[in-house]
Design a protein around this ligand. Sequence first.
Ligand code: TYD
Length: 204
Amino acid sequence: MKHGLFITFEGADGCGKTTQIKLFTEYLQKNGYEVVLTREPGSKGLGENIRKILLDYDGEVSPVCESFLFLADRAQNVDIIVKKNIEKGKIVISDRHIDSTVAYQGYGRKLDLEQIKELNNIATSGLKPDLTFVFDIDIETSMQRVGKTKDRMEASGKEFFERVQNGYLEIAKNEPNRVKVINANDTVENINKQVISLFEDLIN
Ligand code: TYD
């Protein structure tokens, strides 16, 4: 591949993204692709510090402030990691990206969706993932997986997460070519097969 690919994994907390990213990365590497993994919030260096502020701070946080911090981390991730590695022909996988801000801050915190999209555009200078997986999990399972020790975002309550879930499905409806919804209540093996098959559809 001359130009690499940018693939993102999205979904509510506890949807099983991390396991699937690991399996998909193994598959890609076995097939000779060079893979670079990153995540939001908290790509290398400065991003780690922004992540700590976002998840560990336990005082009141304005939703707009929260959005800007996620967006600041995103700009850093795109400029420092994503773009450079795509240009080198690698497959860059990001654990969360633009759709998290639309789902969590837009639908979840009820901020203006058009403004969030515009801000996303500024943070990424218009770069969009080639493929995005949204893992659709039922809220009860998601809540159980997150357990009792919650970070600041996870402590936002059931109704918040219902809005986030619904937000992800709306995003997928609006951009069906890029965003693929996967039933995350299925087995790990079946989900992995679906991810691989959708990736193969993209490259073939
Ligand atoms: P993390 O521990 O990475 O969660 P997960 O393993 O579920 O990805 O925490 C990231 C949290 O931040 C998660 O609750 C989603 C939230 N988030 C937003 O609210 N907006 C964003 O733009 C991003 C990137 C994440």
